[in-house]
Design a protein around this ligand. Structure first.
Ligand code: GDP
Length: 301
């Protein structure tokens, strides 16, 4: 089994390739939940939804979120009723959020709710939220703290930020299922997800970093080329997190447990010992090529 640590874009692109090479049941994905939120009474877990929809074959891979060909009847009607949601939630997507909200309200752990939803979609991969307790990423702005989703979706990242904080009632701990998946895996792969908002929240869950340090094969892929990410707000977030927005900054967050670090062939930043590959997964074939390379690396671990 291979365990992936994932956000909602970079690592899912890699999983798209892995799905063509591995049996689904040999894949486990530990997913960031620090972007979760309740919206109109329902529970959004953006990264879990993306990973789940990818495995279910219904993900909108144009945007890397939401369900392909979804409709927006409820979202539009809510707006007419004066309920302005800053995220355009599709009707089918919303049904998943409603179901998850109900499951959580009935006392299920997020891990159990995710397993139940995956079962309904016929998913055989193991999809695991990083923790069962609530933890949320906020960015610090001049106007005060803002939920990451509000910063990125509502304001399209067009707000100056000078800090990143995680808010929680109790410090988040990795679930037993997460630690067991890491320990049972031949390798752990940190895909090219946002180091600040997707991967660090997972690493901050008590038990994860220690489990990775004990592991004999942990591989990460950089989401940066030079001082820019392939997409998204990672550069501003890295600066606000006190890190250089580059592969070097990314590497510095992971180096205590990594066995291999992969940078894009176009990346001008030099990191001693790093491997080079074409990591731009612009289509399915590129995802497949990178996945094949990773498997040869893993079997040589
Ligand atoms: P989010 O949850 O939607 O923010 O998604 P992730 O954290 O999983 O992924 C966002 C990161 O993916 C960004 O920092 C991008 O630079 C990176 N990314 C997106 N596509 C690619 C790609 O094809 N190759 C690489 N190397 N990184 C990518």
């Amino acid at each position: 089994m291979i365990t992936f640590l994932s956000g909602g874009t970079g690592t899912p692109k890699l999983l798209r390739g892995m799905l063509e090479l591995l049996e689904e049941r040999d894949i486990a994905v530990v997913v960031n939940t620090a972007e979760d939120m309740w919206l109109s009474g329902n529970h959004l877990s953006p990264d879990i939804d993306t990973v789940m929809y990818l495995f279910a074959g219904i993900l909108d891979t144009g945007r890397w979120w939401g369900i392909r060909d979804d409709t927006y009847v409820t979202h539009d009607l809510l707006a007419n009723l004066g309920i302005e949601e800053f995220i355009a939630v599709g009707d089918q997507d919303r049904a998943v959020h409603v179901a998850r909200g109900e499951m959580l309200r009935s006392g299920m752990r997020l891990t159990e709710a995710t397993t139940a939803l995956c079962g309904k979609f016929g998913i055989r991969a193991t999809v695991l939220p990083m923790t069962d307790s609530a933890v949320t990423t906020y960015v610090k702005t001049r106007r005060g703290e803002m939920h990451f989703q509000e910063y990125w979706v509502k304001h399209r990242g067009d707000v100056a930020i000078d800090g990143v904080v995680r808010r929680y009632r109790e410090p988040p701990a990795a679930t037993r299922e997460v630690i067991e998946a890491i320990e049972a895996s031949d390798a752990v792969v940190i895909g090219p997800s946002n180091p600040v908002t997707s991967i660090s929240p997972i690493l901050e869950c008590a038990g994860v970093r220690e489990a990775l340090r004990r592991h004999r094969c942990v591989i990460a892929i950089s989401p940066f080329i030079g001082d820019a990410p392939i997409s998204g707000p990672a550069a501003a977030l890295m600066r606000a997190f006190g890190k250089e927005p580059s592969s070097a900054g990314t590497y510095s967050l992971y180096e205590d447990f990594l066995n291999a670090f992969i940078q894009d062939i176009r990346d001008p930043v030099e990191i001693e010992g790093a491997l080079r590959q074409d990591t731009l997964m612009v289509h399915r074939g590129k995802s497949l090529d990178l996945a094949k390379y990773l498997l040869t690396l893993i079997y040589g671990c």
